[in-house]
Design a protein around this ligand. Structure first.
Ligand SMILES: C[S@@+](CC[C@H](N)C(=O)[O-])C[C@H]1O[C@@H](n2cnc3c(N)ncnc32)[C@H](O)[C@@H]1O
Length: 221
């Protein structure tokens, strides 16, 4: 593609041309537009987006952290049933979709990547689920959520340094903060209570191994 996708419609066609509907291994009940192989989408994204300094296609993968926390909510819906939920850094929107399926009253999926926003809307529609999308940086805000989900957000230090104090502050004001993490480098060492653990099948190309033990953790104030 010579012209970078710059409208929501163009972003949607880019996503649909680069992905196929498939279910992440841990959540067979949810279909997402996912990259079937890593290299082609990375190359296509670099070719079309790099000039614009846009991020890699995180939205085209269901990360182990998101899969684990989504599996947990589908199996333990009492954590979100009837609640106002934020899926922070939603990527594909997997956890937002799962929270809604588990009976959340209102789910907001938050991203700063325009492609992720379109991927979330496409993915929600593919599952006949309604989620609201918020496309701005929410870090530092408290907008009355009962539960905040953060799947796989501790993979870079600058992000983790901003996100964790904010999430801890929310936990201190009574918000339930659930993280999904497969052992990323910048997960805090303390103030986390494990509520579940899953073996998530992954690909060697993406994660350098075929299985990642991934924990669902409640972040404490
Ligand atoms: C590894 S992906 C995880 C996606 C999803 N939660 C999952 O587990 O599949 C991390 C995501 O964080 C998003 N992100 C990074 N900084 C953010 C911020 N300040 N606010 C919202 N999303 C952010 C990126 O765009 C990316 O989609």
């Amino acid at each position: 593609m010579s012209v970078p996708p710059s409208t929501p419609e163009q972003r949607r066609s880019f996503i649909q041309s680069q992905t196929a509907l498939a279910s992440p291994p841990l959540t067979p009940e949810i279909k997402l537009n996912l990259a079937t192989e890593i290299t082609p989408i990375w190359e296509a994204t670099e070719a079309t987006l790099e000039a614009n300094n846009l991020p890699p296609p995180y939205w085209a993968f269901a990360w182990p952290g998101g899969q684990a926390v989504t599996r947990f909510l589908l199996d333990h819906p009492q954590w979100v049933r009837g609640k106002r939920v934020l899926d922070f850094a939603a990527g594909s929107g997997l956890s937002a979709i799962g929270a809604r399926m588990a009976g959340a009253e209102r789910v907001q999926a938050n991203e700063i990547d325009d492609f992720a926003i379109e991927a979330i809307l496409l993915n929600a529609a593919s599952n006949n689920i309604a989620v609201d999308v918020l496309r701005h940086d929410l870090i530092g805000r408290n907008e009355g959520w009962d539960v905040v989900i953060a799947g796989d957000v501790c993979y870079e230090k600058p992000m983790s340094d901003r996100v964790i104090p904010w999430l801890r502050g929310l936990a201190g004001s009574g918000v339930t903060v659930l993280m999904g993490d497969p052992g990323r480098a910048y997960l805090p060492a303390q103030g986390l209570v494990e509520v579940a653990s899953y073996d998530v099948p992954t690909s060697k190309e993406l994660e350098d191994r075929e299985l990642r033990v991934t924990r669902v953790l409640r972040l404490m104030p």
